[in-house]
Design a binder for this molecule. Sequence first.
Ligand SMILES: *Cc1c(COP(=O)(O)O)cnc(C)c1O
Length: 385
Amino acid sequence: MNTKELDAKYVAGTYGRFDVAIKSGKGSTLTDEDGKQYIDFGSGIAVNTFGACDDVWKAAIIAQLDKIQHTSNLYYNENGANLARMLCERTGMKKVFFSNSGAEANECAIKAARKYGTDKNPDKNVIITLRNSFHGRTITTLSATGQDVFHQNFTPFTDGFIHVTANDILELKNAINDNVVAIMIEVVQGEGGVNTLTSDYIAEIEKITIENDILLIIDEVQTGNGRCGKLYSYMNFNLTPDIVSTAKGLAGGLPMGATLLGEKVENTLSKGSHGSTFGANPICCAAAISNIERLTDTFLENVMAKSKLIIDTLSNTKGVKSISGLGLMLGIETEKPASEIISKCIERGLLVLSAKEKVRLLPPLNISDEELNKGLEILKGVIEE
Ligand SMILES: *Cc1c(COP(=O)(O)O)cnc(C)c1O
């Protein structure tokens, strides 16, 4: 049986897949099992920050593999401690909890917020999130996710989440009461259609959280780790969040989540109140340390330059209706259905993603200008014809 047949027979059918079996890759070029090459504008959904098999990333992992692969959280761990320090120094946050995925990073954010609230008042446990948000696939993070399609099955869901419409300040204000402990947002909603929050709305949220002793939680699972032209996307908006969750691109292709805790909640989760067996895995941490070191201001300026190149090219393309997003997280609204554009791109050797009705672009942050232009030429051609 070939890979597609084995998958159909043995792998749980939770994923709709494109007709591609990737076998290998280097940088922003991937190769499938038939030897066909693709320019990668997806990074494994914003995960492969420095593309496939990047040499620096690989060296960091191999060096750690020669020391030890896992120790458990019963013992101190140099890589975990150093990565936490780096993340705190770069963000001004105070403490870090490590886990393995975006959903798990958000679970920690939610637990920390609820503990903070219920320490003050047993009913202060409600978290406001936005419609069209996406926060993960566990029962609780699905409750947090403001999309009805995810709330069809799997009942009962976790209580205590209210969804409001993004960029509607009045609706948000009306939802505030003493039982609200946190507002949780993505600065750019990824799965929800690459929707950017307005800076007015973001500023208003911060004001409301400060005035009402409500925590501001930013889900940076997709937007973070340089994707939006800053280490974390909220840094584009002069914000001071209380909790930041991240995952996807953090370790550049190894499973890793992190929840950054600000001053108000740095000591909220006490010994024994939370944990994760693989959390701060030394190999994942080595990869993340290497990534964070490379996401310098100069590098991030380059991310914005690549973003501008894409926007300039596509805004002059017939058939493009609008472009949304920030940095190298862009949503392209096209006259033709996104699904049609995506399959034609795949035929011609370009991997792009979708988000709701848009074509979504998430190329590796270090994509070469040559690969970027080659991919854009294919995309432009498909959209225009
Ligand atoms: C992908 C994503 C998640 C879930 O991450 P997993 O690693 O799949 O659990 C949560 N929030 C946002 C914004 C995401 O894009």
